[in-house]
Write a protein that binds this ligand. Structure first.
Ligand SMILES: [Cu+2]
Length: 106
């Protein structure tokens, strides 16, 4: 069994076995070349997203439902704590073609 597969199995099985809420995690989403990078799979309410702008332009990560709105000047990063579950579409105010969706579980 590969390490990656084992890892995936543990991620799937742990919540079923554990019962207790997992400790909050922090995930990084890199913004570069006019795009949002990969968003985490398995983000939960209480987890933190660290948005890192590596691009040469200022961006924002703005939730369409208003649940977060993060300003990202060039070279800066900012954090958002996920407060509610659901599929949260987000975009950049300055570049509306930049979009992404975060799936947040309870
Ligand atoms: Cu932008």
């Amino acid at each position: 069994m590969t390490r990656a597969l084992l890892c995936a199995l543990v991620m799937v099985a742990a919540p079923l076995i554990g019962g207790a809420a997992p400790a909050p995690k922090a995930y990084t989403v890199v913004v570069d070349k006019m795009k949002f990078g990969a968003v985490p799979a398995g983000a939960r309410v209480g987890d933190t997203i660290v948005w890192v702008n590596k691009d040469m332009f200022r961006h924002t990560a703005t939730a369409r439902d208003g649940s977060f709105n993060v300003d990202l000047p060039v070279g800066k990063s900012a954090k958002t704590v996920l407060k509610k579950p659901g599929s949260i579409a987000f975009y950049c105010i300055f570049h509306p073609g930049m979009t992404g969706t975060l799936v947040v579980r309870r």
